[in-house]
Design a protein. Structure first.
Length: 385
């Protein structure tokens, strides 16, 4: 009896981790009908994390209408894991760049308020543990909007509460904690954060991530001043340094808010996900591991999902096959990092649009897996097929 573990990330813009895993499973079953297959949808803390963790733990999805980045109502989704007490939230659901039309992108105006609303909703549903995926935000407000939704009050010189968005950061003079959500102190936060940028400065949130959110060079400088001013107020008022935290600048400063105000633990996205889905436990007795993502490249070797899977498999000397739509020259380095062999699923010349079609990806994943395991069967049995 063969036992195979399938743990792939989504092929972003093409196929979900769940659908891709199904295609690979069918490819294996074509050759080994009796194979035992364990499927663990994968994510690295970014897009697809909620779906992957809910699927892996037998949890449920929750929809909630919240204030979007442009202060309009949007429907956001988060997950409650199988334990019934852990919520998993992707901040992009409430304040993501795709929610803002390209001609309206202005990080002075956008807010993270909806992220706080999702957290509050999960608290009311009984959750006390949180897994947060940072990334993809359209904001640069240092997480102030999220904190406002949770009852933190940020006051100006006249003791009036400031408005929403990064444009309000420079007017903050005081922080009032008297209205903070009463149950927040019972909560713990684990935050998937794969950048180490400080809050402000040349490597901070505004300079590094502001331009992709619509900030002009002059806006970047103003945004940076706002972040610096806010960090100084927090240090004066609360005695907390939110600037020098590794990852403080993630998601427009949400990293700083989670760490400094909610005492979150910022950690590698893939390592966090692998622990939650008990990847190491599920590798016991496995003969082969199949992993992959849309593109295998130099970024993969820097800690993305397939590499995290490969590291664990290497510990148990389990062969790992990685599948991807695209494979670059830098991918060769992965052979030294635990991936036994890697393959592109492309089987004919085609446009990028054709290659990204979900049906094409599904069929290519199945047929490539079929051929790989057909070869494996021939090697194992010594019979030419």
């Amino acid at each position: 009896m063969m036992k195979v573990l399938i743990a792939i990330d989504s092929f972003k813009g093409s196929i979900s981790s769940v659908e891709g895993s199904e295609a690979i499973s069918l490819g294996i079953k074509d050759i080994y009908p009796e194979a035992e297959i364990v499927t663990l949808p994968l994510a690295d803390g970014g897009e697809g994390t909620v779906e992957a963790l809910v699927q892996a733990t037998g949890g449920k999805l929750v929809k909630k209408v919240v204030l979007g980045p442009l202060k309009e109502k949007v429907e956001a989704m988060y997950g409650i894991l199988g334990d019934g007490k852990t919520a998993v939230i992707e901040v992009a659901e409430a304040c993501g760049l795709p929610l803002v039309p390209s001609n309206q992108r202005n990080p002075f105006l956008t807010t993270t308020y909806g992220v706080g609303e999702l957290i509050s909703d999960a608290i009311e549903k009984g959750c006390r543990e949180f897994v947060i995926g940072l990334g993809g935000s359209a904001t640069n407000d240092a997480g102030v909007g999220m904190l406002q939704a949770l009852g933190f009050r940020f006051l100006n010189l006249h003791d009036e509460e400031v408005g929403l968005g990064a444009e309000s950061l420079l007017s903050i003079r005081k922080i009032d904690l008297s209205h903070v959500h009463a149950k927040l102190k019972e909560c713990s936060f684990k935050v998937a954060c794969d950048v180490n940028n400080p809050l402000y400065g040349p490597d901070g949130a505004a300079f590094i991530f502001g331009p992709q959110k619509g900030a002009t060079p002059d806006m970047v400088k103003q945004l940076d001043k706002g972040l610096e001013h806010f960090a100084e107020i927090v240090l004066d008022e609360l005695g907390t340094d939110i600037h020098n935290i590794e990852g403080a600048g993630a998601a427009g400063g949400l990293g700083a808010a989670f760490s400094g105000f909610l005492h979150a633990d910022l950690q590698s996205g893939i390592e966090l996900v692998l622990k939650i889905i008990e990847m190491e436990k599920n590798m016991q007795g496995v003969d082969f591991v199949v992993t992959g993502e849309g593109k295998l490249d130099g970024q993969t070797s820097m800690g993305k999902a397939p590499l995290g899977v490969a590291h664990l498999a290497q510990k148990y000397e389990i062969p790992v096959v990685a599948l991807a739509g695209g494979v670059t020259e830098e991918t060769a380095a992965l052979n030294e990092l635990g991936i036994t062999s890697y393959f592109s699923i492309m089987n004919a010349p085609m446009t990028l649009e054709e290659a990204m079609d979900s049906k094409v990806t599904y069929n290519n994943l199945r047929s490539t897996t079929n051929q790989l395991f057909r070869l494996l069967q021939a090697v194992r049995t010594g019979v030419k097929k």
